[in-house]
Design a protein around this ligand. Structure first.
Ligand code: KG4
Ligand code: ZN
Length: 324
């Protein structure tokens, strides 16, 4: 079964066709990073307009590359939320038009589920597993009992981990997007140079807002002392260590106490090289990590999710901004 997937929840416009949720047939993606860099973050109106300018061409290119009659698709799937309403509606309107004109089922895909489904591409992963979903908008540990059934076991009580990466990067003058910049800067830094707190939350939940404040205070103190340029690499490495330490420990604890021997990483922060390394070589635990390009927003994961958990919906369906 071939599904066409569309993604426009934030600042990536993407279209892909995936076979049986596992094999990429064709994929196109245009990132708006350069457009939003000047503003230091995503400007929703600008993002929506840019999606509108490029999405039809991407659909045409993907159908062309796959060399299939669109009427043979099993359905057209689209991210309906959570995300930016204006940008989501561009993808959804495009999906509705395609489904209507080719007489195909329209499928709604949840963005969080889609991130997790990136792990099915080219693997033999099957539920049950524990998923660590870490992105710009979400940080949660989920227990997938089946392809369609998942429960949240732990989540952030304040900032998402990607949000913390972005805010700290701005503080350190590393620009936008912050995650990849911190990842790079941290390679040359000492993670033990500063001992930042992990966030005092018991159980499986996280908190990253105190950590962000701790980095801010340290930067202020260093600047007040004078003494040359900020040790940006050490600060980046120490911050990254504090975030990843807690993400790793809590995810592993959840999996072990649930007696589950598979962990999957998902979302933009799962592209982080240090976080990926921490999960390597664990005893009695299979760990799945999508390629970095499939960790950040893309349409391959949407087309995969369509196969495993997409819900056929009426044309009256709308988008939603927050998780439900
Ligand atoms: O999943 P995603 O592309 O979009 C959302 O659904 O939010 O995640 C974007 C987030 C941003 O906060 C970005 O800074 C972070 O993922 N990110 C990273 C890395 N690459 C992207 N964070 C840490 N290390 C990275 N290499
Ligand atoms: Zn995302």
């Amino acid at each position: 079964m071939l599904f066409l997937g569309l993604e426009s929840s934030c600042d990536e416009t993407a279209v892909a066709i995936v076979e049986d949720g596992r094999k990429v047939i064709a994929s196109r993606l245009i990132s708006q990073t350069e457009v939003h860099k000047a503003f230091g973050g995503v400007v929703p109106e600008v993002a929506a307009r840019r999606h509108l300018e490029v999405i039809n061409d991407l659909v045409a290119e993907v159908l062309d590359e796959a060399a299939i009659d669109p009427r043979t698709l099993a359905g057209v799937a689209c991210t309906t939320g959570p995300g930016l309403i204006g940008t989501l509606l561009v993808g959804l309107s495009c999906a509705k038009a395609l489904a209507w004109s080719y007489d195909l089922p329209l499928l709604a895909v949840d963005h969080i589920f889609a991130h997790v489904c990136a792990n099915y591409i080219d693997t033999d992963l099957e539920p049950p597993f524990i998923a660590l979903v870490v992105s710009g908008g979400h940080s949660q540990i989920m227990h997938f009992e089946s392809y369609k059934q998942a429960s949240i076991v732990g989540q952030t009580i304040d900032d998402a981990s990607g949000e913390a990466y972005d805010k700290v990067a701005r503080l350190l003058g590393l620009g936008y997007p912050g995650g990849p910049a911190i990842d790079q800067a941290a390679i040359k830094g000492n993670p033990k140079a500063f001992r930042f707190p992990e966030g005092m939350v018991s159980g499986s939940d996280f908190s990253f807002s105190g950590l962000k404040t701790a980095v801010m205070r340290t930067v202020e103190n260093l600047e007040a002392q004078g003494g040359g340029p900020l040790p940006v690499s050490d600060l980046a490495a120490s911050f990254q260590d504090a975030v990843n330490r807690v993400l790793f420990r809590k995810t592993l604890t959840v999996a072990q106490s649930a007696g589950i021997s598979q962990i999957v990483l998902a979302g933009g922060v799962a592209a982080n090289s240090d976080l990926r390394k921490r999960f390597e070589g664990l005893d009695h635990m299979r760990v799945f990590r999508p390629s970095p390009a499939l960790c950040t927003d893309n349409a391959v994961m949407v087309a995969a999710a369509a196969y495993y958990s997409g819900e056929p919906v009426p044309f009256s369906v709308s988008a939603y901004s927050r998780q439900h």
